[in-house]
Design a protein around this ligand. Sequence first.
Ligand code: FEO
Length: 190
Amino acid sequence: MTGGSATRRSNQVTCQGDKKMISKIMEKALNEQINKEMYSAYLYLSMSAHTTHIGLDGFANWFMVQYKEEMEHAMRIYNYLNDQGSKVHLKKIDEPPTTFKDPMDMFKKTLEHEQFITKSINDLMDLAVKEKDHATQIFLQWFVTEQIEEEANDNEIIGKLELIGGKGDGMFMIDKELGQRTFVSEIPTE
Ligand code: FEO
């Protein structure tokens, strides 16, 4: 909350002249992004469950960390909307796939999904520019940078899986490496 013209009452913010800090169209688009981030979390949780089921515990750990990161992405937007006096509107989360051919299939699907999320973030940024919404542009910059890292991580793992052909000792080594990933929370939990 910035400036002296806005006051918070019962989770509602009223601003001078009843002006919203972000537009209705921006609010709707950010709510849709919460749903996409939650679906991402659901997708990776499903992948974690599958890899646990087939005994690839390192892969399962990697996807579990990814699930937790996606939940934080959703919560960043949730907190932002609340801070801006906008309404959070949670929608139904689609059912993710539950079976996968092999780890390569999972990482190709992960990369494809992240490319979809990158486009969605870029569309949000375009909208924020169009709306002359400077605060949301700054807020979205974190996501733009994050998507570069997400796609790079997926491409790196796909490259390693290609190298070993998805078999033998190489798979054991990758499973061990992915088992080292840890989750570090970047947002305060209240
Ligand atoms: Fe939240 Fe993986 O994008």
